[in-house]
Design a protein around this ligand. Structure first.
Ligand code: PMP
Length: 351
């Protein structure tokens, strides 16, 4: 018998959102509007060059990102989605017995990637659906190598504010890498959710994670990146699977960065819809936190699986975290309305 890694054998696999032909899919926090027009055009042009390997240095994409953020390209590393970049970051700092601290519940890939990288996941309970930065700082030990702060948090949609984040970064020792995951940055109100790139650009142990999968509508092409200190970034780049960001993905990301206006227009619609869905759910009697992302969190506890099953019966796929809550992605206005109709029809099971 092959001696398999016990930590991996025990690990619960990532559960992707379901796909069903004809269903309304509000389960994976994607953008519902399809490819941006420039991206669609560029992807079609490129199909001729796909028999060659992509540019492993992702030069055009790094240059475009450097211009976009006003930072040198040596401060940026890319990967096949920010999930891969999370893995690269973990590999860059991993050590035997190394611990990785994050709030829980948060992005479900954190414990998986931590374990795969050989680390030990330290889950710090949320307080009122919000990451408890004091408790997370207190959970940092001599073995801690990395801390994830997800801002706003997936799946609860809640932010941590500037003062709390500054105090946290000041308190965590400099040998610990702090990864601020801003996958939903574009949907957040800048007055509520601080831009970590602007706040911590000069810190030696802070890396900010961004993705093209949400507001840039490229979830299927897999591009993410992080911005951080050059010394850390050089190691993060080494940990990338060679050529993992395809030629199509690189070019599509460059084209997407050029589409500021369309991205802003779509984000504004999604934010308006998010606020409409939130108000409607509150009017139905649900107690849900204000969202800073492209999804809302319904803390339904024991009713979560039943609520999701009721939605599925009505042709709408939402994401249940059984025993905790339900995450509902903001889709097209008519999709959100279909969801709200189902939410209005739902009655909790009597226990
Ligand atoms: N971080 C967070 C908080 C997320 O919710 C997600 C996607 N669900 C990711 C990172 C990863 O996204 P991707 O790998 O598609 O960039």
């Amino acid at each position: 018998m092959v001696l398999l890694r016990p930590s991996l054998v025990e690990l619960q696999s990532y559960v992707p959102g379901r796909k069903l032909p004809g269903a309304v899919v509000l389960a994976s926090n994607e953008c519902p509007y399809g490819l941006l027009p420039e991206v669609a055009a560029r992807v079609t042009e490129l199909t001729g060059g796909l028999s060659r390997y992509p540019d492993m240095g992702a030069t055009r994409l790094l240059d475009a990102l450097a211009a976009h953020h006003g930072v040198p390209a040596e401060r940026i590393a890319v990967g096949a989605g920010s999930s891969e970049v999370c893995g690269q970051l973990l590999h860059a700092v991993s050590a035997p017995d190394g611990e990785v601290v994050f709030g829980w519940r948060s992005f479900e890939a954190y414990p998986i990637l931590t374990t795969v990288a050989g680390g030990t996941a330290v889950r710090v309970p949320l307080r009122e659906h919000v990451q408890d930065l004091d408790a997370m700082a207190a959970a940092v030990t001599r073995r801690t190598r990395l801390v994830f702060v997800c801002n706003p948090n997936n799946p609860t949609s809640t932010p941590v504010g500037e003062a709390a984040l500054r105090a946290f970064v000041d308190r965590v020792p400099e040998q610990v890498l702090i990864v601020i995951d801003e996958a939903y940055h574009e949907y957040a109100d800048p007055a509520v959710v601080p831009d970590a790139l602007a706040l911590f650009g000069d810190r030696p142990n802070v890396v900010v994670l961004r993705t093209f999968s949400k507001a840039y509508a490229l979830a299927g092409l897999r591009v993410g990146y992080c911005v951080g200190p050059p010394g850390v970034i050089a190691q993060v780049r080494k940990a990338q699977t060679p050529f993992s960001v395809s030629a199509l993905a690189q070019e599509a990301a460059v084209a997407a960065l050029g589409e500021h206006e369309e991205v802003a227009r779509r984000v504004a619609v999604t934010v308006g819809e998010r606020d409409r869905v939130t108000r409607a759910l509150r009017a139905l009697g649900h107690d849900l936190p204000d969202s800073q992302a492209n999804f809302v969190w319904l803390p339904l506890g024991a009713d979560s699986a039943g609520f999701a099953a009721h939605c599925l019966d009505g042709g709408v796929i939402v994401r249940a975290f059984p025993g905790e809550g339900v995450r509902v992605t903001i889709g097209l206005p008519e999709e959100n309305s279909a969801f709200l109709t189902l939410a209005g029809d739902w009655t909790p099971t009597l226990r």
